[in-house]
Design a protein around this ligand. Structure first.
Ligand code: SAH
Ligand code: SF4
Length: 442
């Protein structure tokens, strides 16, 4: 075929870190002659960047890989690459290879620097795999995010050392390591020069940035420097582990100009017994004290959270303490999950696993409560004006625009598409649990 430009379509699952990895793999592909497409049926290369934090995510991805078989039968030149956390689990590639012989490339979370080589091998018709477990071999291959993007994710650290009893992340992403501050600052400066207006600094536990690697320079120090970068409008960060949220960080957010007053602050469970069994290293009382401190310093702060129901040994009484905490702290949003057994984690082999039906019932009650709380939160914002960074047309109402407040609430309003990329003032007029609807102030 003459002049056919090869196309790459990337499907990413899981957290923002996974999304960032997907961008890296896509950028390596574009550097190797591929053009981006959103349509799998137009692609010559499909990259599936996987997540394994819960079994449900894994099942969804395995289903997706299965679906691609017929696409490949129709287009035998199509190459399929499966990357990321799911692939990183011991023994999984051997298992999946048998189920999915149509996959050409398998690659883990430590092997981005080998992706170009894997791609070449696949283009020559070979099956290629690289899944190393030695983190020390990871090289920093972080091609820039797509140029001209309004919002970008920036890794400030990799891995995690916390070993929460339910969590597979430390096993598939390795030990905690912070990227040097100059590398981070240069990446953000380049992003800003290319039109990026909002960066999200990513780490499993941003509050421990630098503790291991750069004694004396911490996350608050880093935030202060990012705040000075010209061109940026907003700085976000996630995730804040309660055990490491310092007064200095709270003060830095309070004083920062571009640092958004939003803390994603997962509490996971409301009962001290369960928190201990989860190895979270804080108590309910400590969590509440930290929230109080945030709100004392920054009364307008938004706090969002993650919550797990049905951790092994969780009784109805323990669960009620979770509900009680949701009633005590007014979270603007919460991500709620049923405990999922992850092989190799401590919690997978704990006694007193909670039956699925009980987990489902608890989750439903928790969601109902938080939906009411999220709605009440947004209703409190009605008739007031907020600064919105305009992101683009709304997905649900394409003739309207969407953007977010500094507190990360999603807002839909009527406006000129030329406003995309700018800050505007919008007055809130109505709300549901997830979205605010407003009118732009002239
Ligand atoms: N580093 C972040 C969380 C990363 S994982 C933190 O410590 O807060 C994102 C969320 O997935 C977690 O906060 C937790 O609520 C959920 N999660 C992780 N492992 C899980 C499991 N095995 N079952 C259910 N939810 C889980
Ligand atoms: Fe998982 Fe805990 Fe690390 Fe978060 S802090 S990634 S929940 S082990």
């Amino acid at each position: 075929m003459a002049n056919h430009t090869k196309k790459v379509c990337t499907l990413s699952y899981g957290c923002q870190m996974s999304e960032r990895d997907a961008e890296t793999l896509t950028a390596i592909s574009t550097e190797n002659g591929y053009e981006r497409t959103d349509r799998p049926e137009d692609a010559d290369l499909i990259i599936i960047n996987t997540c394994c934090v819960r079994e449900s995510a894994e099942n969804k991805i395995i289903g997706k890989i299965g679906q691609l078989k017929s696409l490949k039968e129709n287009k035998p030149t199509l190459k399929i690459a499966v990357a990321g956390c799911m692939v990183q689990q011991p023994g999984i590639v051997d298992k999946l290879r048998k189920k999915a012989p149509h996959v050409d490339i398998w690659t883990g979370t430590f092997d981005h620097h080998k992706f170009e080589e894997l791609l070449r091998a696949a283009e020559e018709g070979k099956k290629a795999a690289a899944v190393s477990s030695d983190v020390s071999q990871t090289s920093e291959v972080v091609p820039m995010a797509e140029k001209g993007k309004l919002k970008a994710n920036v890794n400030i650290m990799y891995g995690c050392d916390n070993y929460c009893a339910y969590c597979i992340v430390p096993y598939v992403r390795g030990r905690e390591r912070s990227r040097p501050k100059e590398v981070i600052l240069n990446e953000i400066r380049t992003l800003a020069e290319n039109g990026c207006r909002e960066v999200t600094l990513l780490g499993q536990n941003v509050n421990s940035y630098g503790k291991k690697d750069y004694y004396g320079y911490d996350f608050a120090d880093l935030l202060k420097e990012v705040d000075k970068i010209d061109g940026l409008f907003r700085i976000r960060f996630t995730t804040s582990h309660p055990k490491d949220l310092s007064d200095k960080l709270i003060a830095t957010v309070a004083e920062g100009e571009k640092i958004c007053e939003h803390f994603h602050f997962p509490f996971q469970a409301g009962s001290n017994k369960i928190l201990k069994a989860m190895n979270r290293k804080y108590t309910r009382e400590y969590y509440l004290e930290r929230v109080e401190r945030i709100l004392k310093e920054i009364p307008e702060a938004r706090i969002t959270t993650d919550i797990i129901v049905g951790f092994p040994g969780e009784t109805e009484e323990d669960f009620e303490q979770t509900l009680d905490l949701v009633k005590t702290v007014h979270f603007s949003q919460a991500f709620t999950f049923m405990f999922s057994k992850r092989s190799g984690t401590v919690a997978a082999s704990l006694p007193d696993q909670v039956p699925l039906e009980v987990k489902k019932y608890r989750l439903q009650r928790l969601i109902e409560l938080q939906n009411d709380r999220s709605l009440a939160w947004r209703q409190k914002m009605l008739n007031k004006s907020y600064e919105i960074l305009v992101e683009g047309p709304s997905k649900t109402n394409p003739e309207q625009l969407t953007g977010r407040t500094r507190g990360n609430e999603v807002v839909v309003f009527k406006g000129d598409p030329n406003l995309v990329g700018s800050l505007v003032s919008v007055k809130m007029v109505s709300a549901n649990s997830w979205t605010l609807f407003g009118e732009k102030n002239s």
